[in-house]
Design a protein around this ligand. Structure first.
Ligand code: GUN
Ligand code: ZN
Length: 426
């Protein structure tokens, strides 16, 4: 039976980063009609009640109904080491990340962390995500099995690395290719799952492994390919030493068939003009990971400049280099980083990035990330007065955006009142 969810609603008729806040569609008393896992209609509550008198009504009062959050870049195996102190990227990887990822050789541990990660993500209102795993094929099975059991739209791939990682955490050119190909045929397109070809980053893949990943992508061009790009200056220096013939960091991917429209490049902070031009030309996606970029000390993403160039941009936690599972906290960090670059991201732009923007970065903007008839009913209901501090500020608000912004800046999992996956309450 159809269900009519009533509350405040927020949808987008365009991209507020390009077209301004006017493309946001807010209703103070809106409705979202859902049935069989999809959104059937979006409109004013009274109109939908009249046209669909038989629908079961769930009234959220002042709760804000939105598309669920989409986290476009994270590492679920780093769940247990989130917020590890005192290191920059390379030392952080060696001190905390690699030892933890080693544990995923044990399928039982991988399943335990995958379940814990999904519980945390859903509690924070994240209904779709694109994750790295570890070199172990079992870590991919654990992620997809957990997502499948919850009915979620999710992306992941085997993280490939055959050098500059400890013994026990390296694959080979052949095993990376063969395991990736096998996992791709096992999971890609099954239910709501998509396989992502995943070379971790140039420093941990030999040129031969990058080429093998490039060949696999050429055989499966509909798959996304994800990797890291120009996150930290020490990392870029390292890449220059490892690939002396490359024009720049992006060229280490481009030369091996790893630059394309379905490429999803995490961080992308310290880009050269040639890299920016090529990324825009091919229509690749860049993923902003602001809590990670401040936490690991990587730098300030050039949101305004990249938007002006026409880059496609998504938003992500980068768990556990990022310091939060919350896309609310991630929006707040994106706001703060933009402020440090003398630009103010409007709440509509922040919300768009965390929903429709990330969905578009994952080439799924026609399925998830917005309240549009026909889209999958992955939804969140937000309490805009979830703590005393937020409630007292929201009470002073003169506009919807003023009422929403305190939750963006100060909200966390306490603001998540309800979560729906394909319409079903979780
Ligand atoms: N670059 C390569 N691997 C990683 C990772 O796990 N986290 C972050 N933040 N950057 C990376
Ligand atoms: Zn990452």
């Amino acid at each position: 039976m159809a269900e009519l969810m009533i509350g405040q609603t927020l949808a987008f008729a365009g991209n507020p980063l390009l077209e301004g806040p006017g493309v946001a569609r807010h209703s103070a008393r809106g409705g979202v009609l859902i049935d069989a896992g999809r959104i059937i209609a979006v409109g004013e509550a009274d109109d939908l009640r009249r046209t669909h008198p038989q629908a079961h009504v769930t009234d959220y009062g002042a709760g804000l109904i939105s598309a669920g959050f989409v986290d476009a870049h994270l590492h679920y195996p780093q769940t247990a080491i989130i917020a590890s102190w005192g290191k920059r990227l390379i030392d952080w990887l060696n001190s905390y990340t690699f030892p933890e990822e080693m544990r995923f050789a044990d399928p039982a541990y991988a399943s335990e962390v995958a379940a814990r990660y999904f519980d945390l993500a859903l509690a924070h209102g994240t209904t779709s995500m694109c994750s790295y795993t570890t070199i172990h094929p079992e870590s991919v099975d654990a992620f997809f099995s957990a997502a499948q059991a919850r009915g979620m739209r999710a992306w992941a791939g085997k993280t490939c690395m055959d050098r500059n990682a400890p013994e026990g955490l390296r694959d080979t050119v052949q095993s990376a290719h063969d395991d990736s190909a096998r996992l791709l045929s096992k999971w890609h397109g099954v239910d709501r799952l998509s396989y992502v070809i995943t070379p971790r980053f140039s420093p941990t893949s030999s040129p031969e492994q990058l080429s093998a990943m490039g060949s696999l992508w050429a055989q499966h061009p509909d798959c996304l390919m994800q990797t890291h790009l120009s996150e930290q200056t020490d990392e870029i220096d390292w890449v220059r030493g490892l690939f002396p013939q490359a024009r720049d960091y992006l060229d280490t991917y481009e030369a091996h068939g790893l630059l394309g429209a379905n490429g999803v490049y995490g961080h992308a902070i310290h880009l050269e003009p040639r890299e920016r031009a090529r990324l825009a030309e091919v229509g690749a996606a860049l993923v902003h990971c602001p809590t990670s970029n401040t936490f690991i000390g990587s730098g300030l993403f050039d949101m305004a400049g990249l938007v002006a160039e026409g880059q496609r941009i998504g938003l992500a936690t980068d768990t556990g280099g990022g310091s939060s599972f919350s896309m609310l906290r991630t929006m707040a960090a994106a706001y703060e980083v933009a402020q440090l670059r003398h630009g103010s991201l409007h709440p509509s732009a922040l919300w768009w990035l965390a929903t429709a923007g990330s969905a578009a970065a994952l080439r799924a903007g026609d399925r998830i990330g917005n309240l549009v008839p026909g889209m999958e009913a992955d939804l969140v209901v937000i309490d805009l007065a979830s703590t005393p501090a937020i409630a007292q500020r929201a009470a002073r608000a003169g506009t919807f955006w003023e009422a929403l912004f305190p939750t963006i800046m100060m909200g966390d999992d306490r603001a998540i009142r309800d979560v729906r996956i394909a319409g079903r309450r979780v």
